[in-house]
Design a protein around this ligand. Structure first.
Ligand SMILES: [Cu+2]
Length: 451
C-alpha cells in the first residue's frame, strides 16, 4: 500500500525542524506578518491509518488579512489554497485556514511546512516534524462521570474546548459528523456511515478519541479525558432530570427559554451576546446560537433499569436488517442507539430530551454531545467487558453470510453482498480506521478506560 508520505526525504527534512522560522524578504507594498502570531497545530494520529489533523491560524490585526493563503507542504505532496476564512479584525476572530486531515498508512517520522502568504508573497514559513507510531505513544487516560471531576479538571477541559472552538478545530468536528451522516446512504435503508448501522458505536468511538487527542495536544495536557454524563442518574432525581446540577453554570450551563429562541443564556458554552454571557461559543454550522430545549420534546431520560436490561439481556452485537429496523432483542447496537423502541429510546432519547442544537446532524455543536456519547461508548465498553466480547462478537464480520442481497442498502462488491463501511475490516469514512481497530477495548491502541 502506498503511503501518502514518501520516506525518501525524511532524513533531510527532519533537519529542517531545527531551522525553525524562515523569513523572506518582503516587497515594500506588502504587509509584514508577525511570526509569533501564526499558530501551527498538528495533532498526531492515534496510530497508523488514524487521521493526523492540521490547523493554521493567524491572530494578528494587520490588514489585509483577508488575503492570507495558508499552504501545507508535506514531505511528498503539496496541498495549497487553504485560504483565510475570517478577516482578522479583532483578536477574537483570527484568520483561519481550513482544518485538513491526512492519513498515514505506515509508521514513521514525517515533516510538513506551513506557509502563510499575503497577496502571493511568502511571508512566514515554518517546518515541523510529527511521528506516526504503530503503538500508542500517549498515556492511557481514565474517563470519569462529569460530576466527579475536580473543578480544576473541569476548568481545564472547558478551556481546551474553548480553545478548539477559537482555532476552528471544534467546528471541523461538527462538519465531519454532518458530512458522515449523509455518506453511504443507499436506496432501501436509512443507514449512513455513522448511524443506523453496525458502525454506529465504533464510528463514534473514533470520533470521541480523535477529539480527546485534539484537546490533549492543544492544551499541552496529555491527561485530559472526555468525561461521561451518566443521564440515568438524572432520570432518578426526585425533582426530575431538568433539576440536575449538570444544567448549572458550574457544568454544562442551563437550557434556553422560548422568548429567546432557546439560546443557552449563560455558562461555559454560552453563545448569545448579552450582559450575562461572554459569547464564548459561537455556532458556525446551523448557528448562530447554541440552543437547548430541555424536556420540551421528551420529558424523561433513559432509566438505569432500561440500560441494565439492554446490557444483561442482549448477547448479539447486531443482526437482521442491520439498520434502524433491526430487532432490538437481537441487536445490542440498535437497542443502545434507540431505534428499536424496546428499551426506552436510549441514545436517541437523550438527543431529543436536550433538543435544540442537539437535534440535527450538527449535534456536536453542543459539547454535551461528547459527554453523552462518552456514556454511550462506556455502556458498549461495559457490555464488551462483561461478555468478553471483543474481536469475536462484532457483526457483520469481514465476509459475513448474514449480509445478503435482501439486506437493505447492500451492494455486491468483489463477489459478495456488503453494507459498505460497516464490516469488521472496513474503513469508516472519512478516516482509514476500521471497527476492528477500536472494537477491542483491551487493545492498547484505544488510549482510555472508564472509572
Ligand atoms: Cu452521531
Amino acid at each position: 500500500m502506498k503511503s501518502l508520505f514518501s520516506s525518501t526525504s525524511i532524513g533531510l527534512l527532519g533537519l529542517s525542524v531545527l531551522i525553525g522560522l524562515v523569513y523572506f524578504s518582503t516587497p515594500c507594498n506588502a504587509q509584514t506578518l508577525t511570526a509569533s502570531r501564526l499558530s501551527m497545530i498538528i495533532v498526531p494520529p492515534q496510530g497508523t491509518r488514524w487521521p493526523t489533523l492540521f490547523a493554521a491560524n493567524y491572530n494578528g490585526t494587520e490588514a489585509p488579512l483577508s488575503q492570507i493563503i495558508f499552504t501545507w507542504t508535506w514531505s511528498d505532496d503539496r496541498t495549497s489554497d487553504q485560504s483565510c476564512t475570517y478577516r482578522g479584525r479583532t483578536a477574537q476572530s483570527p484568520c483561519r485556514g481550513r482544518v485538513v486531515e491526512r492519513v498515514a498508512n505506515t509508521a514513521g517520522t514525517w515533516s510538513v511546512t506551513l506557509s502563510a502568504n499575503v497577496a502571493g508573497f511568502p511571508m512566514i514559513r515554518r517546518t515541523q516534524t510529527f511521528t506516526v507510531s504503530s503503538s500508542l505513544s500517549t498515556p492511557t487516560v481514565t474517563r470519569r462521570e462529569v460530576r466527579s471531576l475536580s473543578s480544576a479538571s473541569w476548568t481545564a477541559l472547558v478551556q481546551a474546548l474553548q480553545r478548539a472552538k477559537a482555532l476552528g478545530i471544534y467546528d471541523h468536528f461538527v462538519y465531519l459528523h454532518q458530512v458522515t451522516g449523509v455518506t453511504n446512504v443507499r436506496v432501501g435503508s436509512n443507514r449512513n456511515a455513522a448511524h443506523r448501522g453496525p458502525a454506529f458505536l465504533p464510528w463514534h468511538r473514533v470520533f470521541l478519541r480523535h477529539m480527546e487527542r485534539v484537546l490533549q495536544v492543544i492544551s499541552g495536557n496529555s491527561g485530559i479525558a472526555i468525561p461521561y454524563w451518566d443521564w440515568t442518574i438524572d432520570q432518578g432525581l426526585a425533582g426530575g432530570p431538568r433539576s440536575s446540577t449538570v444544567w448549572t453554570n458550574a457544568l454544562f450551563g442551563p437550557g434556553g427559554v422560548s422568548t429567546n429562541g432557546y439560546a443557552v443564556p449563560s455558562g461555559p458554552f454560552c453563545s448569545t451576546r448579552s450582559s450575562t454571557c461572554a459569547g464564548l461559543w459561537p455556532v458556525v454550522i446551523n448557528g448562530p446560537t447554541l440552543d437547548r430545549e430541555l424536556g420540551r420534546w421528551a420529558s424523561t431520560l433513559p432509566s438505569a433499569n432500561s440500560i441494565r436490561s439492554i446490557n444483561t439481556t442482549i448477547s448479539v452485537y447486531d443482526s437482521g436488517t442491520y439498520d434502524d429496523r433491526a430487532n432490538g432483542a437481537q441487536s445490542f447496537r440498535t437497542a443502545l442507539e434507540g431505534f428499536s423502541g424496546q428499551f426506552g429510546g436510549a441514545h436517541n432519547l437523550v438527543h431529543v430530551f436536550v433538543g435544540g442544537s442537539m437535534s440535527p446532524l450538527s449535534s456536536p455543536n453542543d459539547p454535551v454531545f461528547f459527554f453523552h456519547h462518552c456514556n454511550i461508548d462506556r455502556i458498549w465498553y461495559l457490555w464488551q467487558r462483561s461478555r468478553g466480547c471483543y474481536s469475536g462478537c462484532y457483526r457483520p464480520l469481514a465476509n459475513d453470510p448474514s449480509v445478503t442481497q435482501s439486506t437493505p442498502g447492500s451492494q455486491f462488491v468483489n463477489g459478495q453482498w456488503r453494507i459498505v463501511g460497516h464490516h469488521w475490516n472496513d474503513n469508516m469514512p472519512p478516516w482509514g480506521v476500521s471497527p476492528s481497530r477500536v472494537a477491542d477495548s483491551t487493545n492498547s491502541l484505544i488510549g482510555y478506560n472508564y472509572a
